[in-house]
Design a protein. Sequence first.
Length: 200
Amino acid sequence: MAGFRSLARQVRDPLSDLALRRYSLRKCLERFAPYGHRATWDHLCSRAGFDPEDRSPDPARLVAALEELEEARAVWLAYEVAFAERRRKEKHDGLRSPGSVDDWHRLTWGGFGVAWCDDPSVHPTEPLAEVLRRLITALERDPGARCPVCTGSRLVWQHDLAHEPSSGPVCTRCGIVVPRPVLTPMALAEARLARLLVSA
């Protein structure tokens, strides 16, 4: 099975068939897809300016989409290195019990679904790398009451999500499932209450 970098080389290869280059970009999303496969594909296509169903997009647009994905992946991999180093230090200092950020991080190792968007057509519009930087900043500071990506204040608890955890607070503005560790207990309670009000 080809890795991310091997697939990225195929996307850039001007001698490869265009359909294979597009296919290779889609395969990259099996290795790294911050919003989930379908939502990340929709995001990359809209940002690079080609239709998700276009079987022969402009090669320059394919490469632009790949470059955005690669930049975001570099941001996430740097975070994972720092995260692993922090956990090593904590274990060395005797802190064996992982915290809530650690529990969340285990579900997103490798970068798949770190900013999960259950509706593939609703996702942040900013570059992926910027979205991940905002998310990482939120994970490293005290919890707040707003979406760390778009600062939206309307969060609604949703069940039966197509990703783990299977329920959580969803930002109605940008569509991400907001990681629980970045929200205060009151913000989580308000998201659950908003769910009840919507259902009523």
